[in-house]
Design a protein. Sequence first.
Lengths: 387, 266, 304
Amino acid sequence: MPTAGLNRGFAKRGFAPWADRTLQPLLRLEALSKRFGAFTAVDQLSLDIYQGEFFALLGPSGCGKTTLLRLIAGFEQAGAGRILLDGIDLEPVPPHRRPVNMMFQSYALFPHLNVEANVAFGLKQEGLAKAEIAERVADMLALVRLQNFGRRKPQELSGGQRQRVALARSLIKRPRVLLLDEPMAALDKKLRGETQFELMALQRRLGLTFIIVTHDQSEAMTVADRIAVMDRGRLMQVAPPAEIYEQPNSRWVADFVGEINLFEGRVGDDGTSVEGTALGRLRVAAKIDAESGATVWVAVRPEKMRITASEPPRGEAGGTGPENCAAATVIDIGYLGDLSIYKLCTDAGVSVKAALANTGRFTEAAVGCDDKVWASFPPDAAIVLTR
Amino acid sequence: MRKASALNLAALGIGIAFLYLPIVILVIYSFNASHLVAVWGGWSTRWYAELAGDAPLLQAAFISLRIALLSAGVATVLGTLAAVALVRFGRFRGRLLFAAMIYAPLVMPEVITGLSMLLLFVAVSIDRGFWTVVIAHTTMAMCFVTVIVQSRLVDFDMSLEEAAMDLGASPLKTFVAITLPLILPAIAASFMLAFALSLDDLVIASFTTGPGATTLPIRIYSEVRLGVNPEMNAVCSIMIAVVGIAVIAASLLTKLGAARGAQARL
Amino acid sequence: MTNRQRQRSFMAQFVVRIPYAWLVAFFLVPFLIVLKISLSQTAIAQPPYTPVFDLAAGWHGLRNFFADLSFDNYALLGSDPLYVLSYVKSVEIAAFSTLLLLVIGYPIAYAITRMPRRAQAVLVLLVVLPFWTSFLIRIYAWMNILQHDGPLNQLLLGLGIVREPPAWLATDTAVYIGMVYSYLPFMVLPLYATLEKLDEQLLEAAADLGCPRWKTFWLVTLPLSAPGVLAGALLCFIPIVGEFVIPDLLGGSRTSMIGQTVWTEFFANKDWPTAAAVAVVLVCLLVTPIIVFQHQAMRGTEHG
């Protein structure tokens, strides 16, 4: 949803290890490839993930994000490329020896063991003393607020409780990296929201590195320090949420994350305008990084579109007429409570989407269906995409 | 929408009656004081008393029990290994032949399997007796074990094993600590089946047995082909009772375990 | 091959090779031996056939060995009507029994699926329980009932349905009764398993589209239960062809089924080569249904 990306929530102030050239990444993926028969799941993917990040892999079904996670965990073997953890190649290391733990989408709690035994399982494999195990299990159960549930069996817990057991079980070994495979897919919306914030708090508190796989954009935007958007085994863009949303690097990313209006045209001679679009000549704020005459796309988020009853005044930079605007008719309105999505059709027959917040309660809607309006956007709201 | 019509209930009723009537009649006649079926001589336990004194019969029963225990034990182990291989090891070389050898004995007429094994023992000059019957029964039973355990393994949630490995358990440890406990009911059920099959087998035992290793079915058969014999009625009634109690107890236990788990499920 | 792959295949070999070796030794090799003996002659010797395979005889011995093998036994099978009739009878009885089993077993299996869930487990147990009690015992139980002055005839006489007690034992009817009685669980269980997995929603969809109950059964349930029907039919037909105990105890002596023929040749006539030849032909007869059965069964073994 449009507003989510701007919600910094628990975002860590000034935390950007990826920008620091001197820092070594915790996890480095080098030209990783994985094929299943004729199908390429991961295609020469390279990525650096840093200590302390909450990293999200976002993409549509079948884009390879879960395969990537399983490659890191060791349940799949790469056809080509390397995975380096703290500089060490993980290839010869079997999954039960990697300092990496995974939280499964189905939670995979052992049905024949109770909660305590489930959580203690990982520690038992390390051969620790019984007393120490018991203490750490108790601490971890308290951390996920399941102190009184130790003796219960997984079948006796609710979905949210089971998820917390799965989390406790994978965190107790203090892994270098925690992998989360769509951990909130089975939860209802409200619980999902609460769990997202709990996860973020936990991650910050324990100082661990999380990699989460999700197909839910708002979830990725809420929790992640950086998001990697994937499509068909390749990385499309890797950046913090705000950057992904406000500065997508391609039409695909712009369209995948949130809604977008795209207008195709050619770069004008002055370098700040795009000509021949469905809305006529469009002006943008920054200088376009492309040659004059090159084909580009002007992308505008719906919440940055403005709807006015009358033609907007001419632009500040002067010019011969109103710019970045068009006359349109309101075709459809989607009421979402906090905002409304307006589907417009310009007189030239071009479809435009605008989103406006419903700031007043029970006020007579300013704009109604079949109304004749003007859609416009300020130059600095536009992004120019070259691919 | 699961409503049984009168027709359904009738079919069930008749079917179950058909299955149990002969057994009930058998048991009743084991208490018949008269040794003639046509004449009802009143209730008596004399045949059971005679049974207690029939040493060869009791010995045959003992031999059958030992054979059944041994062959069921080995068959369960071999069958479980075979099931794991079939389900988990994908396409290995010789898989087709392996699977064929697993499924063929399930349907092959027993005279053929019995005959072929006897010929094997003769060809390699193994003396026939107790151990040849054990080998034969093991081979026959192992296929049933494989089928049962395999169907459980196919349904098994692999992510449980992955989770265990992820938490640091080696593949072997994972199998022992996670997989085995969860497929144990299937393994136990197949052990019982192997046991029952061995205890009950006539044809294969006849072919592969030797002097001093007469099994109970062989003894019963030799008596029975001469005609109905009230002492046999007693033997059979006892066997029915023992097996009936064991099976009912086993299924109650499994149902109890399943019910406890299902009840607690939210 | 990576280290890990090498590790895994070591364990894999261990797990596969043991049952594999066992089956090859005690299932495959015996079959080859049966084949070999079917090509041999009877002899008054120990073992009662010639030639005997003797590695110590060397290459010359080997050539003599192969020279002595012949298809005489098969010729005998083809020429003597006793054997041909036996095969035909076996297939006939097996086919008709399987049909009977289907006709009787399908309604039972179907009825179980219509009962409430909790009752279903009990009912399946009830159907299977007799199977756990000895096979021999159950056939013997029928001997009791079908006797000349047994309870069945007593009942029929008492009800006035017949004036003379009919002979039940030593007839084909008795054999059919025995077959159906013994193999009913083998038919009901696969049928039940398939019918039980049937998606209720399919039947509801059919009803929603205007299909009356009987039509839904005919057009939806029956075709979808075909795999179960096939499995049950094969599971019954193939072993029934080679049945021994039931025809021996309940049937007449006019024509034997093939299982009895093998038994007689082997134990009574002590003619191992002929018995082996009979067995080989029987296997050939059953090869097609066996392969179909294996194919069906193997489809279920691929994991995930």
